[in-house]
Design a protein around this ligand. Structure first.
Ligand SMILES: [Zn+2]
Length: 339
């Protein structure tokens, strides 16, 4: 069996995957048509290229523009259900056993859905996928940095309503350069007091100090990306000593120009230094890859060995926000599959 096939067949996790960045391009087109929305004006012969970064991404703006059409077609309950279920089908094809999906629920209330209806549509697709596809999943609700803290508090309160029905954590996402973590302290204090898991996008766009701020001020137990940790030795030391999982997404970091080339990505150094590195896609459609592709990139571009790949996979299970029972069951399955 070749390595790609082997990687595909091993049960894996994915802990950092945005729903709105991971819609099937064909579904975006279909839903734009169904909802009588304008199709993108295409410069390319293939209209689906509008939703992906092809070749070198020109700018962060170009990257962020890729989310416009997906969000437009995620405004109805049945459409939210469909794109979530399809994403879980795609994850299943990668051999993913447990995935944490995330999104910002208030992006999907533009056409009148109540925010609870938005969350329930996604949770219902996740529940159905568990019984029909045998894939486990958890939902992470994202607060947005550019929004006032009152909106973040609303997201945390929303998460509290659904912690027994599939919401596993909350996150803070968006423009890291202009909106530092401390602006949202009141919201994440509330999440911490309510015993909700917290992961924060930090150190993704050059600002290393946001990593420790996210841990110390916002109570993060996992960090989204964290690529700029290398800029401060004491941050690196803290992450290693406390086994803080990093949800790393190298191709996405290349697309947003956080690294100049895939080869320059620090994931291999971090792994060898003993950081708890996990591997994720971030946005499957925008970055035009799946999780198996990303594992192959670790091997082919960064020189990860097979044993190192298995440890990255193991780290995923160890870092999951699911119940301890499910974690132990899945870890057992994983260990048995690699004997
Ligand atoms: Zn992300």
């Amino acid at each position: 069996m070749d390595l790609r096939e082997k990687i595909k067949n091993i049960p894996k996790t994915e802990l950092h995957c945005h729903i709105d960045g991971s819609l099937r391009p064909s579904t975006i087109i279909e839903l734009l048509r169904k909802n009588n929305l304008p199709l993108p004006v295409s410069n390319s012969s293939n209209i689906e290229d509008n939703f992906k970064i092809s070749g070198n991404c020109g700018s962060l703006k170009e990257y962020l523009n890729k989310f416009d059409f997906p969000i437009k077609v995620m405004q109805k309950k049945e459409d939210l259900y469909r794109v979530t279920f399809e994403l879980l089908e795609d994850a299943k094809k990668d051999g993913i056993r447990y995935i944490e999906l995330r999104f910002a629920p208030y992006f999907h209330t533009a056409e009148g859905l109540k925010v609870e209806e938005v969350v329930e549509a996604v949770l219902s697709a996740m529940k159905d996928a568990e019984s029909k596809l045998n894939i486990y999943s958890g939902l992470i609700l994202c607060a947005m940095r550019h929004e006032p803290v009152s909106k973040s508090i609303a997201v945390i309160n929303l998460a509290r309503k659904y912690t027994d029905s599939g919401v596993v954590a909350v996150d803070l996402a968006g423009n890291e350069s202009d909106f530092p973590p401390e602006l949202h302290k009141a919201a994440f204090d509330l999440a911490y007091e309510a015993d909700i898991n917290i992961t924060i996008h930090a150190g993704e766009t050059g600002i290393c100090k946001n990593i420790m701020k996210s841990i110390n001020i916002l109570h993060a137990s996992r960090i989204g990306h964290g690529i700029f940790a290398y800029k401060d030795k004491s941050t690196l030391h803290y992450l290693i000593k406390n086994h803080v999982p990093l949800e790393m997404c190298p191709k996405s970091n290349l697309d947003t120009k956080a690294v100049g080339s895939y080869k320059e990505h620090p994931i291999k150094t971090y792994f060898e230094d003993g950081l708890r590195v996990t591997l994720n896609t971030d946005n499957r459609t925008v970055s035009n890859l799946n999780l198996v592709d990303e594992y192959m990139n670790l091997v082919n571009i960064l020189g990860f060995t097979e044993a190192q790949i298995l440890q990255v996979m193991r780290n995923g299970f160890l870092s999951a926000f699911c119940s301890e029972d499910l974690k132990n069951k899945l870890l057992n399955e994983f260990e048995k599959s690699i004997i």
